[in-house]
Design a protein around this ligand. Structure first.
Ligand code: ZN
Length: 240
């Protein structure tokens, strides 16, 4: 196990839950950070509390490493952007193929806030669940964006920050496989039952792949990934 401390951007979604488990496996101490940016659905913020509680209760190997949770109010983001995640607007795709669930600058701002908290807390590894394998095309999820941001943050803070994105080159089937590898069936089960992905904020019925409407872009990715993983195709993890 690596020494050192990490700060994980943790939304209560499937991806950031797997990232949190990944960090707990590697770092001596892990803190989490979440943002209230005026999400249309507060169900996401509830899910993150439930996931944190379940991780503390059900995974004794990680208990001592899981430290403080930092919630930051970024409702200003909802005030300055006009997207389907922060307003009651139907989900649609623009001419460039980008869904209107894109909140411009969101991940840039998240990492900037994380670096500021990391600076204060001595956490110089920042972990995020961004991925450009199966993704909605958000430009701030791209590897190049985050590498550039890592350089900018290190220069601007006067301290070396590392941005880790363990899911960057995994597809959604492989993300389920990674959950299984890190925390076994218990982590898969926790992810299915407690994590929240649906853009419409739907919980309702529990499908095999989790709660959600099953049709919005986020549910579709999650459902298809789970089905591919279950079917056993394309779910092998690349060598670490
Ligand atoms: Zn959905």
């Amino acid at each position: 196990m690596r020494q050192g401390h990490a700060l994980v951007l943790f939304s209560g979604g499937q991806d950031s839950t797997v990232c949190l488990a990944w960090a707990l496996q590697r770092f001596a101490r892990v803190e989490t950070m979440g943002f209230d940016y005026g999400q249309r659905h507060h169900v996401e913020l509830q899910a993150r509390q439930e996931v944190l509680a379940a991780l503390r209760a059900g995974f004794p190997q990680w208990q001592d490493r899981l430290g403080d949770d930092h919630m930051v109010d970024l409702t200003v983001l909802g005030q300055i952007s006009d997207t389907a995640l922060t307003r009651d607007t139907a989900i649609a795709v623009d001419a460039a193929g980008l869904p209107n669930t894109f909140v411009p600058g969101r991940n840039l701002l998240f990492f900037q806030m994380a670096a500021a908290v990391g600076y204060r807390r001595g956490l110089h590894t920042l972990v995020g669940g961004m991925c450009e394998t199966d993704f909605s095309g958000y430009p701030d999820c791209r590897d190049d964006t985050l590498k550039a941001l890592q350089v900018a943050l290190s220069l601007g803070m006067g301290q070396r920050f590392t941005i880790e994105t363990p899911l960057m080159w995994l597809d959604k089937a492989q993300t389920w496989a990674l959950a299984q590898q890190l925390g076994g069936d218990a982590l898969v089960d926790l992810s299915v039952r407690l994590t929240h992905t649906c853009y419409l904020g739907e919980r309702g019925h529990l499908h095999a792949w989790g709660h959600g409407c099953g049709e919005c872009p986020a549910c579709a990715l999650r459902r298809q990934g789970y089905e591919r993983w279950m079917a056993g195709s394309g779910a092998a993890l690349p060598d670490a």
